[in-house]
Design a protein. Structure first.
Length: 204
């Protein structure tokens, strides 16, 4: 009887904990999320700043749901010598977290495109140089190339308006499925850039 009682108590405790976490995530506001981001418990020594357009609520939710993967991504960006990384794909935690390094020319604005992903979250960091990156809500845009699950990619009307930011080696830009982005836009003085994009599996 005592064993049954202890087991029941354990189940109730775990259920309460899971429920509390779920409620905390669902009730998170922009204010509480921004405070959480500013507090920086997620940093673990990671010093780069986050861009002004960050979706604080989604960042807080995704980090708390998948802390292990996010910590691996931040540790990778913090400890690796990014300058020496070769172009191509680098596994961090199998296909759950990996990095893609490019070293290529930026493009004129009209030659770039809006894109979004569903399976992965993108962390963009310039290793060398600067580029301009746009951000917008894909729910408000006309789809030009429907989502391709194999490529984890969809494209949108290039005339869609968005907000633009300068990406540099001191700033990390994070894009969730709700954030369509338009990367690789040319910035005067930076014809070629080296960058790393870390991809983290989306937590459901």
């Amino acid at each position: 009887m005592k064993k049954i009682f202890k087991y029941s108590l354990l189940v109730l405790t775990l259920s309460f904990f899971v429920s509390s976490v779920s409620m905390a995530q669902n009730s998170m506001t922009e204010k509480t999320a921004a405070e959480w981001v500013k507090k920086g418990e997620w940093r673990n020594g990671f010093k780069l700043k986050l861009y002004d357009g960050l979706d604080n609520v989604e960042f807080a939710k995704q980090y708390q749901k998948n802390k292990t993967l996010w910590d691996k991504a931040f540790t990778y960006l913090r400890t690796m010598n990014l300058d020496t990384l070769s172009v191509g794909k680098h596994l961090i935690d199998g296909e759950s977290v990996f990095a893609t390094v490019t070293d290529a020319a930026t493009k004129p604005f009209e030659k770039t495109a809006w894109e979004s992903h569903r399976k992965y979250i993108d962390l963009h960091l310039m290793i060398r140089g600067k580029e301009r990156i746009g951000v917008m809500n894909p729910a408000t845009a006309k789809v030009t190339d429907p989502y391709d699950a194999t490529k984890d990619l969809a494209h949108y009307d290039i005339n869609t308006k968005g907000t633009y930011y300068i990406a540099d080696p001191e700033t990390l830009l994070i894009f969730f499925p709700e954030n369509s982005h338009r990367p690789v836009i040319h910035v005067d003085g930076y014809d070629k850039v080296k960058k790393v994009v870390v991809k983290i599996l989306v937590a459901e």
